[in-house]
Each structure stands twice: as C-alpha cells, then as structure tokens.
Design a protein around this ligand. Structure first.
Ligand code: FE2
Length: 339
C-alpha cells in the first residue's frame, strides 16, 4: 500500500504517440515533447497509427481529428475496441473551426482537447495532467482490487462461522470510527481497513466442529482456537502489501494487563493498532449472539467495556470509544440473533 502513495510519474520513460497529418504541426509537437523528456512515436493518420500500435504501446495518444484515410474519431473508436489499449489516455487536437467534431468527440467520452495552433506550454501541461490522472486512477483501481481480494478471504471465514456473519464488516466500521477520532492519517486508516477485515483469517485452519461448538472448549480445542492469531500472521507475512496489517492479526487478543495471547504483551507494548481493534472486536462479540451465549444490549456492553478499562483494554482509549459508540448509536447495525 505504501508503494501506491509513493507513485511518481517518471516523465523520462513515458511515450506519447502523435497522430497528425500536417508535417509542420507534427514536428512542432514532437520537438516540444522531446524537449520535455518524453519519448515519441508518430503517424500521419489513423491507419498508420494503428500499425504503430501493433508494435508499441504508448502511455498517451495525441491525435488530430481531420486527417485523410482514417480520421481522429474513427481512429479513437478503433483504439477503444482493442482491449489492451482501452486504458490509454487520449487527447484530441482540434481547430476552432470544428465545433461539430468536438461535440462528436465529447459524445464518445474524450475528455481532453488541445486547440490548434498549439502552444507548447499548454501542450505539455495538459499531457502531464492527463498522465497523472491516469496513474491516480490506476492506483485507486489496484487498491480496490486488493480490498476486493481481502473481502473474499474475510468472507470465506465468516461463511464457516455461523455466529459471526457480518462481524468483520461491523468491527471494521467501529475501528475506523475510533481511529478517525484519534486523528489517524488516511494511509493508516486504509491499513486498518485491511487489518480489521483480515484479523481472524487464521481461523481458516480451525475445524468447523470447534469453530461452531456450542459448549465449552476442551483445553486442546482452546489452544487451537488461540493459534488463529499466529497462524493468520504466518499466512500473510509473505504478502508484501499486507505486511502492515500484521499487528492487527497477531495482537488483537492481547490484553492491557498482559493476560492475553499470543505473547502476553501488556500496556503500550501492545501495538496501538491492536488496542483499537480489540475494543471494536469485543464490542461486537458481546453485542452479537454467539454459540455460547445470547447477545447483550448496547448499554450492558458499554458497561462491561468500562469495567474492563485498564484490565482488558487501554484505559486511554476506553472513554473515547464509549463516547463514539454512544454518539453513533443510531448507526450501529442491528444484529439479529441467528436461527
Ligand atoms: Fe480473533
């Protein structure tokens, strides 16, 4: 996730395809772009440009509209039909005398126009802006793809444990409320979202009959259940973009008084991420029907959390958490008893 924040546009490596039938105009544009450090490809009409595209994939296409053989609009439509090229940003070159062409382009979804005669400065500005926007969209899509993958994993756990349906979603919401009120950065909130969704991923190794056992667990079953923290961390530690979620997965069952697991850490030795998640996790566990007991009303859950301040939970976070949960009470999803 950090890599996405640090995404920079390496201008020197970007390639622009310029499609323009006038040799004079094309050469002015090519010089301006090359002066800025862009690599360039050129073609004098759509047919030639499609030939160029068979060999190389530019980062942006700059195309005139009025050209012989295949005009800019036809060329644009042809490019958009090629799956590997659909994401390439496209900028049209127009002259003031072509309002109908501009209208046609707009209808096709072309966002950017450069009007001839071309000012090299405006040309470079609009191309930089368009490339930056394309990179930002790509980064957002990659982030969404990560989140979708994580959701599939999280749902795989929930699907097996009939008492915790919706648990991951609610725990993520409550943790985000608390973290936001603590002034966490957007980047840390994003990591939290991944960590909260994946916190119980290690339960994948626990057999169904243990996971859904109505009665008390045996010592061996309990040991297995507790191992979900370490097993989860073991599963995810090699996934580079998820490494920052490990404190959530490994330490969400630690307690402020040192009586938690897996390490028995205490106080501020427990990463803040896990101290935040523990509050949200326990709130939802108590407010939801489990295999071993019925759900509790909000007031009763809040009272237990208050009593556990300095024992189970970080005493600095408890008042803040209680205040938020009381304030957001109308937005806390109702959890229906299952079956
Ligand atoms: Fe857990």
């Amino acid at each position: 996730m950090m890599e996405l924040d640090a995404l920079v546009i390496p201008t020197l490596q970007k390639t622009i395809l310029v499609v323009e039938d006038s040799d004079a105009v094309r050469s002015v544009i090519l010089s301006a772009l090359e002066y800025e450090g862009y690599k360039t490809l050129e073609a004098s009409n759509g047919v030639e440009a499609l030939e160029v595209l068979k060999r190389q994939r530019p980062d942006l296409i700059l195309s005139d509209i009025n050209m012989p053989q295949m005009d800019g609009i036809q060329f644009y439509q042809a490019v958009r039909k090629i799956p590997s090229l659909t994401a390439i940003p496209f900028v049209f070159l127009t002259s003031h005398s072509d309002p109908a062409d501009i209208q046609r382009g707009r209808e096709l979804g072309v966002e950017d126009y450069l009007t001839k005669p071309i000012e090299p400065e405006a040309l470079v500005k609009i191309i930089n802006a368009r490339l930056y926007r394309a990179a930002a969209i790509e980064a957002a899509q990659v982030n969404q793809a990560y989140l979708d993958t994580v959701n599939v994993l999280a749902n795989a756990i929930e699907g097996r444990d009939r008492y915790t349906r919706g648990h991951v979603e609610r725990v993520t919401t409550y943790s985000l409320w608390l973290a936001r009120s603590l002034g966490w950065s957007e980047r840390h909130l994003r990591v939290l979202e991944f960590g909260a969704r994946l916190h119980d991923i290690g339960k994948i190794i626990i057999p169904d009959d243990v996971l859904n056992k109505p009665g008390k667990l045996t010592e061996e079953e309990w040991r297995l259940m507790r191992s979900h923290t370490i097993e989860g961390a073991r599963m995810l530690r090699k996934i580079h973009h998820l490494r920052e979620t490990l404190p959530y997965i490994l330490f969400h069952h630690e307690r402020w008084d040192g009586k938690g697991y897996p390490k028995g850490l205490s106080g501020k030795n427990i990463p803040i991420q896990a101290r935040v998640l523990a509050l949200a996790d326990v709130y939802d566990a108590l407010a939801t029907t489990r295999s071993y007991r019925k759900s509790m009303p909000h007031e009763q859950v809040i009272e237990i959390i208050r009593q556990e301040s300095g024992k189970h939970f970080d005493p600095h976070l408890v008042p803040r958490f209680i205040e938020i949960m009381n304030r957001m009470r109308d937005r806390i999803p109702r959890t229906r008893p299952l079956r």
